[in-house]
Design a protein around this ligand. Structure first.
Ligand SMILES: *[C@@H]1O[C@H](CO)[C@@H](O)[C@H](O)[C@H]1NC(C)=O
Ligand SMILES: *[C@@H]1O[C@H](CO)[C@@H](O)[C@H](O)[C@H]1NC(C)=O
Length: 293
């Protein structure tokens, strides 16, 4: 695809113009490339690490990260997806369990051992962040129970924090299926017109006075992925639990109740979380149907 006419087809002056254009274009391209390389580490919140917290014990599914999904451990499937995210400078698995660590090292993952006392994923991420030698501006907590997570969603969560300096937390939501409306394991959220979170609930929000699902309302289902500003992640575990957080049993409410801003990106994603052993067969059937190896 020639940008300028070939010199042989031009007059003498035309060829000079062509050369000038060529040089100008080349110089501009070089300048852009240099600026890109130079600027990237200096941009706002430019360094991001993805952390996959994985613990052995689980309320409904012991050893869940090692469960085989079409022959591959679930944690490996998640990790492989996360490795495809172009916004991450580094990816680690954070675990308290030697078997999980060994398995992860076996397929090439970087592993950080965290204590058994971590109460939940964000605490584990916080401990892992402190054990990482390098500084990162953004930490993305990717739950290991969504083995079909799209790398684009991870990139979107990172970008949301880079573009919204007033937010300390970012997450993703997708269209809620009507059959999940009253499932308390499916967390719903509502956002303002700039995409900042207003509230999360296990109940259906907003609530229609008919008491039924309004087929015309675009309800949002919260997905288990969160991006933190790393400075915020360090203080997050120390913030005392808050009333709404405790009542809904939703950790992210603590962020909102303390007055911090959270950005929610809307994505197209069919959530297939693995919470219980019977979910493995469901996800395998889906992968076969979609020809995912
Ligand atoms: C509630 O849901 C119905 C459909 O089920 C819809 O027509 C109505 O506009 C919704 N909102 C209110 C305030 O009724
Ligand atoms: C999870 O961790 C947060 C932050 O570390 C903590 O405040 C919260 O109480 C924990 N939630 C549960 C359910 O353990």
């Amino acid at each position: 695809m020639p940008i300028c006419p070939a010199p042989s087809e031009s007059s003498g002056s035309g060829s000079r113009v062509w050369i000038f254009h060529g040089l100008a274009l080349g110089a501009a391209a070089a300048a852009t490339a240099a600026a890109y390389v130079y600027r990237r580490p200096r941009g706002f919140r430019s360094l991001a690490v993805g952390i996959i917290p994985a613990r052995y014990a689980s309320s409904r599914f012991d050893g869940k990260p090692l469960a085989l999904i079409l022959g591959k451990p679930m944690i490996q499937r998640t990790w492989e997806r996360v490795m495809l995210a172009s916004s991450l400078n580094h990816v680690v698995v954070a675990t308290d369990d030697e078997k999980i660590a060994e398995c992860c090292r076996g397929f090439g993952a970087d592993v950080i051992m965290t204590s058994v006392s971590c109460q939940n994923g964000s605490e584990r991420c916080c401990e892992a962040l402190q054990k990482l030698r390098k500084h990162y501006d953004i930490v993305v907590n990717i739950q290991g129970d969504e083995p079909l997570i799209e790398p684009d969603i991870i990139d979107g969560v990172v970008m949301a924090l880079q573009r919204a300096p007033d937010a300390v937390f970012s997450t993703a939501a997708t269209a809620l299926k009507p059959e999940d409306a009253f499932d308390t394991n499916r967390v719903k959220c509502v956002v303002d017109n700039q995409g900042y979170a207003i509230y999360f609930s296990r109940g259906l929000i907003p609530f229609n006075k008919s008491g039924k699902v309004n087929p015309h309302f675009p309800y949002l289902l919260h997905l288990g992925i969160s991006g933190f500003d790393s400075k915020f992640l360090k203080i997050y575990p120390q913030l005392a639990p808050t009333p709404l957080q405790l009542e809904e049993d939703l950790e992210q409410l603590k962020v909102l109740e303390n007055g911090y801003k959270m950005k929610v990106i809307k994505v197209d994603h069919d959530a297939h979380g693995v919470d219980a052993p019977e979910d493995v067969e469901k996800i395998e059937a889906l992968m076969r149907a979609r020809n995912i190896q």
